[in-house]
Ligand binder design. Sequence first.
Ligand code: SF4
Length: 262
Amino acid sequence: MLDVNRMKTAAIDGAPVPDGAPAPDPALVAKVAELNDRYRHHSATDVMHGALRDAGDIALVSSFGAESVVLLHMAAIIDKTTPVLFIDTQMLFTETLVYQTEVSERLGLKNVQIIRADDIAARDPHNDLHTYDTDACCALRKTVPLQNALSGYDGWITGRKRFQSGTRAALDFFEVEDGTGRIKVNPLAHWAPEDVRAYMDENRLPRHPLVARGYPSIGCAPCTSPVAPGEDPRAGRWRDQNKDECGIHFVNGKMVRIGANA
Ligand code: SF4
């Protein structure tokens, strides 16, 4: 049984700091500033390498979604034992589960950890929580399991990029994760969509099969729809809802939704 009351304050996906969140540790802030200065003009691969070497115990959190294979490939080149955390919400597309297995084998990743909530049967027995409370569903199936899985790490690597949404427009390579004492690393922060495609082409990396079927951003099956030409790539995520990130934070053990775009 997951106990959110044991959880530290956590901010997901770089959304604004909630009221009441503790001030970040000055030493951590200084370390992050120093890392950003050091890697400011470096490549994504250099940032990835530096994160794994200089930022403590770091895990790569991967959804095995449309663009995930880029960071997975970088991690495999640098160190095949890099911890890779894959949150299986048990609402994912079958194609994602198959892709996760195939990509992990092909890249030779040796430390892929599949993370699942252990209280879904009790808290969402009919698997319909997403139909009336997506925030609670994301907290149950994604945010809480992820925060628990990350509790032993000094930081984590994400695939977030500036171009993806307004809430990510100022993303830097290294960030302080509010309230957890962890570092978040965004090696692809400055990449454009064509950089992602070029990297995949040059390295002949396998594509998630749903991309060719109109899904440029892939989450859970009930909350992801195809995107029409010209639409924002993330328009199919929680379509027609006031939500474009998981958006759940934990403040003093309580779940809090942050902002209109959280
Ligand atoms: S994306 Fe949808 S199904 Fe997946 S955890 Fe969030 S609300 Fe639930």
